[in-house]
Design a protein around this ligand. Structure first.
Ligand code: NAD
Length: 453
């Protein structure tokens, strides 16, 4: 049996061993999910709702345990980890209202009645990355279950612990065996099998754009449904008329949260030239004051990178690039730490400006006017999120409509809200998660005409 040693990224010390599923085990669990499907589909809407609320209550009762697991496994700050466990609970509560509201339509036709139904797909597979193990799992498995599907879920190799625990808590809450199955394993084994197994009806993937493309190609063989949530290189656009103090004080958290390992990280800051010097001065103060300390300390604002490999990759982006200034970093620990790092550039071709670094590095560039800002913001293959700081409401609207991105915030770096849709333009993804319509994405829409004579 192959196993994976989970490492605490803050200390580089081993935590536990996790068994990795083989191909045969994966097949057996997919078949078990298929066997569980007809009974789960037929659970009365009110009863399925009650079971999801019960699941939410059990998650709530284990919130601190789940948060601590995430701190140890992923190096997330305790504050973030508590929010993440709470997010799973909230998403369960929100979509627990979906089973009784999976409405079809009645469409006017001659000679009878026309009805639409949202019918569950069957077995749905969720593939989760290591950067936000709990929320990203929940955004997939919860609406899928609410719509009457059974779910198989593969956590990332590096971060399986909270997903495994959520699988146990589902059973404790009364979900029937086989309805929600967590299968720890390798992407090349379990993940690929989700794509190729004929019983899996949909793959919901969050991860790198490179692997996402591979999954989309694989799904084409069976015309399998696929949702992709991929990378980002989002812009934080600061106009000179904005509250510069607020823009500069909040910018570090919009990129360095989760040590920059966030698909929504605003890793490019565009600042209007006339406010550039003031903004940079204030940014330096804010970055210098960040609490980059042991993530288990409730005051911690930034923890370590997930792995030595990820830290080395980020360091690779920084070699040959001069940092304008950096924030603090702990010393005397073997963990995978890097300081928050600010790079100034006017060159749009350098990798730090173009590529998703996925670490605590931000590149800052001046711009001249609104057109210039929009052109620079859109000069990327990605389009996931972004922020616009201005006091001019008209400008805020114009720029928000012009930036090619799925999730924008004005005078804020709002994080994802589970009751609003989330997803990417361009190579940041395909389809949307969350929001009121998410369960429909896990259904087939069936149209039935009934003749009256
Ligand atoms: P990754 O693509 O390497 O892995 C993601 C998941 O896919 C893991 O569970 C992995 O085991 C699995 N996988 C790997 N190869 C596979 C294959 N051939 N077939 C099936 N599954 C396979 O990404 P990562 O390094 O874990 O996560 C970081 C990336 O995720 C970043 O690029 C980030 O931007 C992206 N991300 C995007 C969002 C979003 O919502 N858009 C959210 C979080 C992370």
């Amino acid at each position: 049996m192959s196993t994976y040693t989970v490492i605490n990224p803050a200390t580089a010390s081993p935590v536990t061993e996790v068994a990795l599923a083989s191909l045969d085990e994966t097949d057996a669990l997919i078949e078990r999910a298929q066997e569980a499907f007809p009974a789960w589909r037929d659970v009365a809407p009110g009863e399925r709702a009650r079971l999801l609320r019960s699941f939410a209550a059990v998650v709530d009762a284990h919130l601190e345990e789940l948060a601590q697991l995430e701190v140890t496994n992923s190096g997330h700050t305790l504050g973030n980890a508590r929010w993440e466990a709470g997010n799973v609970r909230d998403v369960l509560n929100y979509y627990s209202a979906a089973p009784e509201r999976l409405f079809g339509r009645q469409i006017p036709v001659a000679g009878g009645i026309d009805l639409t139904f949202h019918e569950p797909l069957g077995v749905v597979a969720i593939i989760v990355p290591w950067n936000f193990p709990m929320p990203i799992a929940g955004w997939g498995f919860v609406p899928a279950l609410a719509a009457g599907n059974t779910v198989v879920l593969k956590p990332a190799e590096l971060t399986p612990l909270t997903a495994i625990r959520l699988g146990e808590l589902a059973l404790e809450a009364g979900l029937p065996p086989g309805v929600f199955t967590v299968i720890p394993g390798k992407g090349s084994v379990v993940g690929e099998r989700f794509v190729t197994h004929p019983l899996v009806q949909k793959v919901c993937f969050t991860g790198s754009t490179e692997v996402g493309k591979q999954i989309m190609r694989g799904c084409a063989d069976q015309v399998k449904k696929v949702t992709l949530e991929l990378g980002g290189k989002s812009a934080n656009i600061v106009f000179a008329d904005a509250d510069i103090a607020k823009a500069a004080a909040t910018a570090p958290y919009a990129v360095f949260d989760n040590a920059g390992q966030d698909c929504c990280a605003r890793s490019r800051i565009l600042v209007q030239r006339s406010a550039y010097d003031e903004f940079l001065g204030r940014l330096e103060t804010a970055v210098g004051a960040m609490k980059v300390i042991d993530p288990a300390d409730p005051a911690s604002e930034m923890g370590p990178m997930i792995s030595a490999k990820q830290r080395d990759s980020v360091e690779g982006y920084l070699s040959g690039v001069e940092a304008a200034f950096t924030g603090p970093v702990p010393t005397g620990t073997d963990g995978f730490w890097l300081p928050p790092t600010v790079v100034l550039t006017e060159d749009t071709t350098i990798p730090v400006w173009r590529e998703e670094v996925f670490g605590p590095v931000v590149a800052v560039m001046p711009f001249d006017d609104e057109d210039d800002a929009v052109r620079l913001a859109n000069d990327t293959e990605y389009g996931l999120s972004g922020s616009i700081f201005t006091r001019d409401l008209g400008r805020a609207l114009r720029v928000a409509r012009a930036v090619e991105s799925g999730n924008l915030s004005v005078n804020s770096h709002s994080s994802v809200r589970y009751w609003t849709p989330f997803g990417g333009y361009k190579q940041s993804g395909l389809g949307r998660e969350l929001g009121p319509d998410a369960p429909n994405a896990f259904t087939e829409e069936k149209n039935v005409f009934i003749a009256q004579d």
